[in-house]
Structures are given as structure tokens and as C-alpha cells.
Design a protein around this ligand. Structure first.
Ligand code: ADP
Length: 380
């Protein structure tokens, strides 16, 4: 921190929230310009829709979404049309205010007419999304996965995915949504910030029990039940790559406007938080991308009524320390000087084990014909 202004240029600048400093002419910054805007709920939904129109099968990992208020009539019309053609379809929708986080302002509805048009929604745009009614449960509870992804460079595209992440559990046994239970946030929303207030939240010192566990502990349990964990990982990796590919056009516009080619400026990297839900058949579904994932490794504990203390959280520590450590290793300026990096796993590092694994990207996009079937997007 530089309370009296910065005098010497730095190798690495670690900004708290976003890329906001136009007086950096060298080194590396831990944020991309425009990332916060690009991953907001509405912008993400738009980017995913564009790709779903072009590559419907490749992008079927993102729930059908509409933007409110501008697409309200489209939402109503499409739902009516699908219901007319398939009367047994009994959907639930989740309404999420744009720019919200930690479950703030989120609610579930059964019918488009239940959208709250008075008050906040009018002034606050939102995304309404098909609600995933049959998520994979563990111990009868819904959970989601927070994975950490390092976007190391936009051009060339370099992405690393942390080998471990967090699984955040609901605190009420899950039931498929009905009009009676729609409002039960501890049953339907996996946000830590909400569930921590439930009397059932379990802080555990072990990484494989409690309301927050490591993703690897979930994989172990799935694998012991005979699930194809390798396939799950490869589906998750392609979800991450395809999502970032969907975001790159917008990110490049911001990048070129803030750091024009030919002018001295820093390079950027960024740790992103991907929130993913697993379906019963283990298909991963993207819920959202977080530009500023919490890196806290402690949680608050109430010692006596009204008296709180920060205590270490072993699960957060296990996952997040590795992410920060490996990010610093990967962007290490000394490393860069020693050898203009091409190698993705650094053999020079003492233990040689990076928790962030590189993903290989090879995109082929054939635009031979206006028909969708001629577009191809292959990842290897
Ligand atoms: P926020 O940024 O407020 O956390 P999210 O999009 O992550 O918003 O949604 C909050 C929670 O709601 C998620 O963690 C998940 O448990 C649940 N959720 C969000 N979207 C869906 C969906 N389409 N289907 C089922 N559950 C969802």
C-alpha cells in the first residue's frame, strides 16, 4: 500500500477490487481492465447467449436466461410457448439482480407473472434463469463448487485451473421446488454468506465434512461410488475454457482501450472464481463468474453473544493459499527474466508441484456457412 504515493515502479501490482490505475507503465497487474463489468450477471448472460446462438451444443452448460426488464415480454412469450407444446413442463425460475452477490435480492418463481415489477427490480436490472431443479446432492444437501481459475494472459490465451476448489453446502435438506418451499434460502441457495446464518451451519476442521469442504473430497466420494471423475474434470475444463472464450471479445476491447498496443503499460493477469453446479448425471452447469473471489482464510466465530473472533478456516487455507502461491509462481518476474517462459509447469520450482494446472487450448472456428451446424469449436 502506498499512502503517500508510489515512487518506484513495481514488478507486481496487487489491486483489491479492479484495474483502476492508469499510471502503471510496466510490470504486471492482478486485474484486467473491464473484468468486473464483463462478468456481471447481465453481460455474462449476453455473452453466453451469443455463443449459444452460434454453438448451441457446445454452450449447453449455461441455463436458459433472459434479461430484465428488457426481455420480460420475450420471457413470458417463450415460457408460454414451451408450456403449450409441452404441458408436463413445470419449470421454476430464479431471478438474480444484476451486480448482486452473496445471494442478495435473489428469489425463485414458478410463473413469469410472479416477477416483482414494483420496487427494486424496475430500477435494478436482473437476469431470470431456468432453475436447476435436480442438482446432485450429497448427504441430502444441495452444494455448489467454487473453482479458481487464473487467466494469465489474453493474447495468447493462457488459462490455469486450480486442482482443488471449495464445495459450499446448503444447510436444509433439499427438496425440489414447490410453492411451499420456494422461499427457503437455506434449502435452495448455496451461498456461504447466507447459510452461515442458519443454525445448522457446520464449521469443520476436516476438509471432507461440514458445510464447506474441498472439491477434491467430493471427487473422492464420487469416485468411491464408481463415478467417472476424469470425465467430470474434462467437462469442467471445457466449461471454463468456453466461458473465457465467450468473454474475450469484450475483454479485448477494454484491454485495448486502457492499454493500447505500442504504448508502455503493464500486462495483466487475474484470478477468477467460477461457480458451478453439478446435475445428478454429473454434468457441470455454470452459475456465475466472480471477478473478485474472496481469498479470506478465516471465518468469524461468535465467542459469546455479540463477541466475534476471527479463527483460521482449514478448508479455505488448503485451497486458497495454493492458488495465491501458484499464481505468484506463474507470474514471477524473475522467472520471466531468466527464461522467457514457454514451459507451463516450472521444473525449477522446489517441489515442482503446482496446484494450478494449465489447460491447452486450440480453437477452430469454421464460419463456412450461415447455418449453425457448420460452426465448429474444438478444444483439446
Ligand atoms: P450470487 O452472485 O448472488 O451468489 P449466484 O448466481 O451465484 O448469485 O446464485 C446464488 C446461488 O443460487 C447459487 O450459489 C446457487 O446455489 C443458486 N443458483 C443460482 N442460479 C441457479 C440456477 N440456475 N439453478 C439452481 N440454483 C441456482
Amino acid at each position: 500500500q502506498f499512502p503517500f504515493g508510489r515512487r518506484l515502479p513495481c514488478d507486481i501490482y496487487w489491486h483489491g477490487v479492479s484495474f483502476h490505475d492508469n499510471n502503471i507503465f510496466s510490470g504486471q497487474v492482478n486485474k484486467f481492465p473491464g473484468m468486473m463489468e464483463t462478468v456481471r450477471k447481465i453481460t455474462l448472460s449476453r455473452a453466453m447467449r451469443t455463443m449459444q446462438d452460434l454453438f448451441p451444443l457446445e454452450y449447453n452448460f449455461y441455463p436458459r436466461s433472459w434479461i430484465l426488464p428488457e426481455e420480460l415480454s420475450l420471457f413470458v412469450a417463450e415460457v408460454r410457448m414451451i408450456k403449450d407444446s409441452n404441458p408436463s413442463w413445470k419449470p421454476t425460475f430464479i431471478v438474480k439482480p444484476d451486480g448482486g452477490c452473496q445471494g442478495d435480492g435473489i428469489y425463485l418463481i414458478k410463473d413469469p407473472s410472479d416477477i416483482r415489477l414494483t420496487g427494486s427490480i424496475q430500477s435494478r436490472p436482473a437476469v431470470v434463469q431456468e432453475y436447476i431443479c435436480k442438482p446432485l446432492l450429497m448427504d441430502k444437501l444441495k452444494f455448489d463448487i467454487r473453482l479458481y481459475v487464473l487467466l494469465k494472459s489474453l493474447e495468447p490465451l493462457e488459462i490455469y485451473i486450480a486442482k482443488d476448489g471449495l464445495s459450499r453446502f446448503c444447510t436444509e435438506p433439499y427438496q425440489e421446488p414447490t410453492l411451499k418451499n420456494l422461499h427457503q434460502v437455506f434449502m435452495h441457495l448455496t451461498n456461504y454468506s447466507l447459510n452461515i446464518h442458519s443454525g445448522n451451519f457446520i464449521h469443520s476442521d476436516s476438509v471432507n465434512t461440514g458445510s464447506k469442504r474441498t472439491f477434491s473430497s467430493i471427487l473422492c466420494r464420487l469416485s468411491s461410488r464408481g463415478a467417472d471423475v476424469k470425465k467430470l474434470w474434462s467437462d469442467i475444463i471445457s466449461l471454463v475454457i468456453k466461458t473465457i472464450i465467450a468473454l474475450t471479445p469484450e475483454l479485448k476491447v477494454y484491454y485495448q482501450s486502457d492499454i493500447p498496443a505500442g504504448k508502455p503499460g503493464p500486462t495483466c493477469f487475474q484470478i477468477l472464481g467460477f461457480d458451478i453446479l453439478l446435475l445428478k448425471n454429473l454434468k457441470p452447469v455454470l452459475l456465475e463468474v466472480n471477478a473478485n473471489p474472496s481469498m479470506r482464510i478465516e471465518h468469524e466465530q461468535e465467542l459469546s453473544p455479540g463477541v466475534f473472533e476471527n479463527v483460521p478456516s482449514p478448508v479455505d487455507e488448503e485451497v486458497k493459499v495454493a492458488v495465491i502461491r501458484d499464481t505468484l509462481r506463474l507470474v514471477d518476474p524473475q522467472k520471466k527474466k531468466r527464461k522467457d517462459t514457454q514451459c507451463l509447469l516450472y521444473p525449477g520450482i522446489a517441489d515442482g508441484k503446482l496446484q494450478l494446472k494449465p489447460v491447452k487450448i486450440q480453437v477452430k472456428s469454421g464460419m463456412k456457412d450461415k447455418q449453425h451446424k457448420h460452426h465448429s469449436l474444438k478444444l483439446s
